[in-house]
Structure formats: C-alpha cells, structure tokens
Design a binder for this molecule. Structure first.
Ligand code: ARG
Length: 274
C-alpha cells in the first residue's frame, strides 16, 4: 500500500461567496478570486512540501463551496460514507463526490436516510474513536447509525456556537492521544468527554479560534493552519510539532480554512485504523 499521505483538493475555479449558510458568509464581502487562487495554490504547494501527495477533483460551476473537500465524505479504510448536506445550496455537490470517490475505488455508503451529515467536517478520528459534531450541520442519530454500520465507537459532541458550526472548526486530533480544541464551542458534557478521553489536549483561545487555529492539516509531524495563530504554534512547537502558517483570508470569508480545503483519502494522521 502507498504510505504517502494522500489528500483530495478541489481548485477554487468557481469559488465565491454566493449565498450565506453560516455566520462568516456575507455576500457583500466577496472573496477576491486572484487572491483566493494564490492562497489555495500556496496551501497546495505547502502540503506537498510537508510530504503529502495531492489528488484533484474537477470543480463544477455553480457549486462554489466544492473547494471544501473535507465535506465530501468520511473515509474509513476503503469505505467512503458520503455527505448529505444540511443546506440545498450544497446538496448539488453530493453526486460529484460520489463519482469522484467511486472512481477512486472506495465502497460507497450513505448515512441513515433523512439524516444530515457533512463528512470529515463533522467526523474526525482520534485513535479508534470517531468524534462527531452535531446539531448545526450533522444529526446525532446519523452519527450513531454510521458508527454502527462501520462497527466503530463514536463520541457525539454537541456544537453550541454558530461560528464553530463544523467539528473541524473547533477540534483537531493530532495523534491518537493528542488534540487541539476550542473549549467554548462545546457544551459542558462535550468538554468533559474530550477532557476525559484524550490525554493531551491543547486549548486555543477565542482570538485564535476565530483565525481557524483548530482547522489544521496534520501531515506526519507537520501542522498547517491559517496564519494568525502564534500562540497555538508555540504550544505545538513545545510538544515537538512543526507548525506552518499560511494566509487563507479569502476562504475564512466562507467559514473555512486549511483543513476544510482538504480530505485525507488514506485516513487522518490520528486515526488508529490507518
Ligand atoms: N461555506 C461552507 C459551508 O458553510 C464552508 C465549509 C467549511 N468546511 C468545513 N469542513 N468546516 O458549508
């Protein structure tokens, strides 16, 4: 098997702020296409420098959020559980993700019927356990069904702040016993679950959470985030990680950053099943 970390990305050819489905998006504050393109390319090149292999999916006109490949599906071994988007504006992506992942040889599965589920945006492995964010974009019952079908354990976490509407905006597993999180995005129960199940948790503050500090891509010992998270980067360096900042302002306007622009095709670094 190819041991190179493999990441799916989608070029921002048709990217833009065309609707508002989260509090970051404002049609009057559009993204600068040239700048978005340069930022996306710089992220792409940085991930390669960090040791990743990138696969590209063809962008589709009229689906501006397709750049956020994290929301395509959750990958488990050779299975892809596809997303069922909460908002109609993104539902047109579903058929393209199915085609892209089926073409790569994944066995395609769906979440339980009528359940919203937004892929690796809301479902992240830390060790053998799936941590799954619910309420804003994905449904808790859907997560339970997916975990049962895959035969894995799940820790559902309620998201309580609309600015941190996907789990990957406020939580990032680094390894099987280490993760970054923004405590205020969870209710008390969720915080307790995280604190009791993950031995080394790095908390980020509100300012850096707003810079999408938690929305990090982990490749080996490299951690890539948007710029503007120096406190997290110091904490990561102190624990032996190599942090890399990169400008992603044009994507933050849509409510996404480094991690949202990627989907690990071979399992997250922190996944115990790799
Ligand atoms: N505008 C997109 C949406 O609201 C951003 C998605 C960000 N993706 C993520 N994995 N957090 O759906």
């Amino acid at each position: 098997m190819d041991a190179t970390p493999t990441i799916l990305m989608c070029p921002p050819k048709y990217y833009g702020i065309e609707y508002e489905i989260n509090p970051w998006m404002n049609r009057e504050r559009g993204a600068d296409p040239a700048k978005a393109n340069a930022q996306w390319q710089a992220l792409h090149d940085l991930l390669i420098q960090c040791g990743a292999k990138i696969e590209l999916v063809e962008p589709v006109e009229g689906l501006p959020d397709m750049v956020f490949t994290a929301n395509a599906a959750i990958i488990y071994k050779r299975i892809a559980v596809l997303s069922q988007f909460r908002f109609p504006q993104r539902q047109g992506e579903e058929t393209h993700w199915r085609e892209a992942l089926a073409a790569r040889g994944y066995r395609i599965e769906w979440p339980p019927e009528a359940m919203s589920f937004e892929g690796a945006g809301d479902a992240l492995f830390c060790g053998e356990t799936l941590y799954a964010g619910y309420r804003i974009r994905s449904d808790a019952t859907g997560h339970q069904g997916i975990a049962e079908a895959l035969g894995i354990g799940v820790n559902p976490l309620e998201l309580v702040d609309d600015y941190f509407y996907h789990l990957d905006t406020c939580f990032c597993p680094l390894s099987s016993d280490e993760a970054v999180y923004y405590p205020q995005a969870f209710d008390e129960y969720g915080r307790k679950v995280l604190e009791q199940s993950i031995p080394h948790l790095i908390a980020v503050d509100g300012d850096e959470a707003q810079q999408f500090a938690c929305n990090a891509v982990v490749i080996g010992r490299h951690v890539v985030t948007s710029e503007g998270c120096p406190k997290l980067h110091d904490q990561l360096a102190a624990r032996g990680w190599t942090p890399h900042p990169t400008p992603l302002s044009e994507f933050i306007k849509a409510g996404g950053s480094a991690k949202c622009l990627t989907l690990r095709l071979d399992g997250e670094e922190a996944a115990g099943w790799k």
